[in-house]
Design a binder for this molecule. Structure first.
Ligand code: 4AD
Ligand code: MG
Length: 461
């Protein structure tokens, strides 16, 4: 009988649904050798076929004509195994594959850098093209994929329209100046391909706002680029951002959606990736499940920026040392301040709201006090900011004055016109997808959550 090609994932799924999977024999499994040990008469190969986190144990013995050769197959080789599924309810793994034939599909050189020993995340960061074959990264990138689907399900189930905002733009949406310029001729960026300066987008927000004023509830989800030189575990030059925009909605509505979205994502990943999440909980971030379950069970705390400043000043008075202990109303909070509030004061996720207008983007709605804007950052322990959001300035005159003052009106007349042609109150936010993945998995460095991370001076792959 010709063996049936099958994935380890399907074997586990069939076994979980109480099917007698030994009846599927003979089967063919193809994958990569994680470990191989053989002793005289019998040998064991742990094969990972990429279809799921778990490996399958292949058992072979001296009945194989190439027994000796198989005993020398090295970690990392790609092999095909034909054989019989044998149930092993008394063992650690519920079933094994007893080989009748093992062929090497792709041999591995003896200098293969991933051996069966502990490799640090730093070491693996230099091996982006191989690290998806390790437990940590196999888990991370599958969760990344599942989380992306969760995001789409969350918004699509609510009727949000997914908008593909452009990657190349003529404006700096955040007005922060950290853009990558797009050129074909570096000598003359302003009269180049597009006839004016073009850059990679830092945010799809301005474009997605136009769609919110047509479809009501929309989101964009794609790569964004920032030429910040910040060399931190949380900053990448290329990262993915989820940016919903909701019409007829104020900052309160915005925060309700943020909290619901974060909780949905946590639950979604815990449900869909139990093996990967177990791995993170056991080996990457002890206590991860306790943390995530607490987040699910507790409403996010809201705190005024002004109150946050008072708390930070109080902390300094009581002897707490920040790198920057010069706390004043009007300052932009650094990560250490954000983390103090979310880790030491709130001890969980929080919204910090109503920031001074001078330190926030031009499009945020000015509050009646004339000093603050209806902005909100979502801060979480271990990381600080994972979401930035706001109610948008819907009043033409106020927005126009602000844009004129910072000199970014040119090229953004269309954005201003949205306030002239049937505008309404609307709000939105941006979740750093990679930061969300860090938070859910407990992985501490953004360079590990992205398959091929880009940070300043780093584009090896
Ligand atoms: O706070 P930011 O700059 O907000 C915006 O871009 C708004 N246009 C969003 C909106 O209202 N539609 O960025 C939003 C989030 C941050 O909270 C952070 O999680 C992430 O994007 N982020 C980064 N992630 C990784 N590397 C970087 N360099 C990041 N910069 C921002
Ligand atoms: Mg921000």
């Amino acid at each position: 009988m010709q063996p049936k090609a099958i994935t380890v994932r399907d074997l586990y799924a069939a076994h979980a649904s109480k099917e007698d999977i030994s009846k599927l024999s003979p089967v063919l499994v193809e994958g990569w050798v994680r470990t191989n040990r053989s002793s005289g008469q019998v040998g064991f190969i742990a094969v990972n076929d990429g279809s799921c986190f778990k490996t399958i144990q292949v058992v072979y013995d001296s009945k194989l004509p190439n027994f000796d050769k198989v005993g020398h197959i090295l970690t990392g080789a790609c092999i095909g195994v034909k054989g019989t599924i044998v149930l092993t309810p008394e063992m650690k793994q519920p079933f094994e594959l007893h080989a009748t034939e093992i062929v090497v599909l792709g041999d591995v050189a003896s200098d293969y850098p991933l051996q069966k020993k502990f490799h640090s995340l730093e070491y693996l960061r230099e091996l982006c093209y191989l690290r998806p074959r390790t437990n940590t990264f196999a888990a991370l990138y599958r969760v990344r994929s599942v989380l992306a689907r969760g995001i789409h399900e969350f918004f699509q189930d609510k009727g949000f329209v997914y908008v593909h905002t452009p990657e190349i733009t003529g404006n700096d949406a955040e007005g922060a100046g950290s853009v990558f310029t797009v050129v074909t001729d570096a000598k003359d960026a302003y009269n180049d391909f597009f006839g004016r300066k073009a850059s990679l987008t830092v945010s799809g927000q301005l474009h997605v706002e136009a769609f919110a004023l047509a479809f009501r509830d929309v989101y964009t989800f794609g790569p964004t680029f920032r030429a910040e030189k910040s060399n931190t575990p949380r900053h990448a030059s290329e990262f993915w951002m989820i940016e919903p925009e909701i019409a007829f909605a104020d900052l309160e509505d915005d925060m309700v959606l943020m909290e619901e979205c974060i909780k949905y994502c946590i639950k979604y990943v815990m449900d869909k990736c139990p093996d990967e999440m177990d791995f993170f909980n056991n080996f990457i971030s002890k206590g991860l499940f306790d943390k995530l379950n607490a987040v699910l069970a507790t409403p996010f705390t809201k705190m005024e920026y002004t109150d946050g400043i008072k708390i930070l000043q109080e902390a300094v008075k009581n002897g707490h040392k920040f790198e920057n202990s010069n706390i004043e109303w009007g300052m932009d909070l650094q990560s250490e301040h954000e983390r103090y509030l979310t880790e030491e004061v709130v001890k969980g996720p929080m919204f910090l709201i109503n920031y001074p207008k001078e330190i926030k983007a031009f499009y945020m709605r000015e509050n009646d006090d004339g000093k603050t804007v209806a902005a909100c950052d979502c801060l979480v322990p271990g990381e600080g900011e994972i979401i930035g959001g706001s109610q948008r300035e819907e009043r033409y005159d106020i927005l126009e004055k602000k844009m004129a003052a910072i000199g970014n009106k040119e090229g953004l007349e269309w954005y201003l016109n949205l306030r002239k042609y049937g505008g309404c109150i609307h709000s939105g936010f941006g979740i750093g997808f990679d930061r969300l993945l860090m938070y859910i998995t407990g992985v501490a460095n953004i360079r590990d959550t992205e398959p091929f991370p880009r940070t300043s001076s780093n584009i090896k792959y």
